[in-house]
Design a protein around this ligand. Sequence first.
Ligand code: UGA
Length: 438
Amino acid sequence: MIKRYLLLAGVFATIHNSLCVYKVTVIGSGYVGLVLGTGLAEFGNIVTCVDLDTEKIQALNNGIIPIFEPQLPEIIAKNVKEKRLFFSAAIDESIKTADAIFIAVGTPTKPDGTADISAVELVVERISKHINKPTLICTKSTVPIGTNHAIEIFFKNRGMADLAIIVSNPEFLREGSAVHDFFNPDRIVIGTNSSLGSDMMRQLFAPLFEKQTPVLITDPTTAETIKYASNAFLAVKLSYVNEIDRLCQAVGANTHEVTYGMGLDPRIGKYYLKPGPGFGGSCLPKDTRALLQTATENGIKLSMVSAALEANNDQRAWIIHKIKSHLGNTLQNKKIGIWGLAFKANTDDIRESAALYVIKELLANGAQIKAYDPAAMQNFKKEFPTLCYCSNKKEATESIDLLIILTDWDEFKEVHNDQFHLSMEKIKILDTRNILFK
Ligand code: UGA
C-alpha cells in the first residue's frame, strides 16, 4: 500500500507524512459537487469547487451556502478555514492545476425523456484543451450508459489517451442526508479500464477504504448501468408500495403494519416502503426515463420500469381525486393549506416535487392556496410567485377547508398538547405521507 502511495505520489501528488494529498477540481457546485468537494477536502485533499455561475461562487466565497443540506455549512466552513477547500469561477486554470477532476454537472431530462449531457460534453471539451499531465477524469454526473466509453474514445482520437485517466464513479447519496451518505456509503462503485485510475480513487477516498466500505471495481459501462438500475429499482419499489397503500385503504388494511410486516423479510428490506404522493426529485424520475430511452434504443422492453413511471403519474392523479372527494368534488374557491413543497424532507429542492403538480391542478380548478415549507419556499416562489406563502405551519392551517401534507418534514410530525394542535383535530387533513399516524 505504502509502495503504491509512493509510486503515485512520484507522478502526481505531494507526500505529507506518507499520505497522498491530491489537488482536486470539482466541476459543478450543485448538491452533488458541493458535498463531494467538501468531503474530499475533509479527507485531506486540496479541493477547488468550480462553477460557471459566478454569483454562486461569489456567495460561497462569502460563506453563503446556496443549497439547504444538513451539516454542509459547518463542514464547508471548517475546510475553508483549514485552507483545503476553495471556490472559483476560473475553470480553465483549475483544470490545468488539478491531479484529479470530478465532473458533477447536471444531466436533466430532455423533452423526449433522454438525459441532456451537453453540460458534460462541454466540460470534457474544456478539459481536453487544458490538461497537460496525466489527470484523473472522474464522472460523478449520472450519464447515459456508454458515455464514459465515449469520453475515452474522445481523448484517444485526440492522441490524449495517456493524459486522460477515465473513471466512472456513480454517486449514491440522497439529498437531505447527503453529508451522512458521503461519509457512510453502502458501497463504492469504480468503473475504469485503468489500474492507475482505481489506485488514485483508492487514495482520494482513503478513509472510506480504510473502514472497509464494500468496493466494486468494474468497467465504466457496468458502473453506469449499476447507477441507473439502482435508481430504477427504487422507483419500481416506491410505485409498488404506493399501489399497495391504495389497496390497503380500499380494503381497510393498515398500511403501516403491512409495510412493516413486509420489510421484516430481509429479501424485501425495510427501506423505501413509505407510501407518498408519488416519488419526485431530480434523480428517480429523470433516471428512470433515461433508462427506458436507453433500453428502447437497444431494442429492449423494460415493462416493469415503464409501469413504475405510469404508476407514479397515477399516484399524483389519485391525490387530486382524493382532494376532490374530501371537498365534495369541487375545488372552486376552496381554501387549501399545503404543508411541504420540497420533493422530500430536509431539502430545499423542488424538482419534480408532488407539490408542483398538486398546486398546479388545484389552482387550475379554482382553489385558493396557503403554502408553507421550512426550506423550499424561496425555490417555489420562482415557479409560483403569487401564491400565498405562510411564515409557519400554523398560519397555513388558518381558515382553510382542507390541509394537505405533501412532504415528510419532522416539524409536521410533532404533535404537542397545545391549543394549536388541539385545533388541528377540527381540520380536515389529507396526509399523503402518513406521518400523523400515531
Ligand atoms: C435518489 C437515490 O435514493 C440516491 O441513492 C441517488 O444517489 C440519487 O437519487 C441520485 O441519483 O443522485 P434522492 O433523489 O435524493 O436520491 O431522493 P430519495 O431519498 O431517493 O427520494 C426520492 C423520492 O422518493 C422522494 O420524493 C421521496 O419522498 C420518495 N420516497 C422515498 C418515498 O415516497 N418513500 C420512501 O420510503 C422513500
